[in-house]
Design a protein around this ligand. Sequence first.
Ligand SMILES: Cc1cc2nc3c(=O)[nH]c(=O)nc-3n(C[C@H](O)[C@H](O)[C@H](O)COP(=O)(O)O)c2cc1C
Length: 320
Amino acid sequence: MDNFWASLKKPVFALAPLSGITDSAFRRICKGLGADVVYSELASSTAIAYQAESTLDIMRFDESERPYVVQLFGNNPEHFAVAARIVSREIKPDGIDINFGCPMAKVFKRGAGAALMTNRHLAREVVQSVVENTHLPVSIKTRTDVKGFGLAGLLECVSDLDIKALMIHGRTYAQRFSGPNDIETTKEARTRFQGTILANGGATSQALAVELIEKTAADGVGIARGALGNPWIFKQLKASMSGGLIAKPEREDVLRTALEHARLLVALKGRRGIIQMRKHLCWYLHQIRGGKKLNERAVSIESLDDVAALVARAAAQGAG
Ligand SMILES: Cc1cc2nc3c(=O)[nH]c(=O)nc-3n(C[C@H](O)[C@H](O)[C@H](O)COP(=O)(O)O)c2cc1C
């Protein structure tokens, strides 16, 4: 097995999975700007087991994204086993991650995502199914606690299984996506887990990401929302580790990247890509002075030409 996790330079800066966002286009942008490893959006192991083309499409990637990790979710160990085989053989990423953190009702109600933390027997079976059906390194992404079922208990029950990396969203299921990050639980995970540990949650700026790594003593950090409109966060973090400082991206960098992102999305998804680009454009525009004023136009783009026109207008606004 080629365990890429072991060869990554620490601290590791990962693009954490974001459903509806970390598609191949965004992953390529982040990789190009310094992300050490990028995660797919969560993909249903059940859909993959039934060969659903749309789910297989979600996972496809470009070689430039490597190391690239596909994240699976589900509640059925047999589906995970089949999915692990299909992903390894047909998609060929560098790793497979299992979602133990999703709190969304449609996932949770079915006993998948964060609900897996409350069913240790099933959690163990799921991990075992994946580990036994892939040659790729397996990782898990968890919360700190789900309805009283803590991370320590989960790690204990899978301690003999070959898990290479762990990303800990330092919040409970009840906290969803806001509130303080439980530093101690992430720190304590080191006593139970010897692989790569990535802290996650609230690293929305360079300074906060560095602070999270320092406080948790983790091997790296998973950045999710902090990369929206600001994929430069990876470059900035790399620079700060080597004592350097990279200023905020220039207006033209932001606009050039937004256009490149739009081109990638359209090449990948056609019109659907344009619709998805609307939110990214707003996030990019928030990075530049006066950009918010263009929000209304950003949410109504219909074509690549519209994006180019908007970018030209934003550039001219900066020059004026
Ligand atoms: C819109 C959205 C989609 C998400 N999708 C996923 C996902 O597919 N898989 C996953 O493990 N976590 C997912 N997460 C959780 C993030 O990976 C991350 O754990 C969380 O946002 C905290 O990190 P942050 O503060 O850096 O954003 C999602 C979060 C948001 C806001």
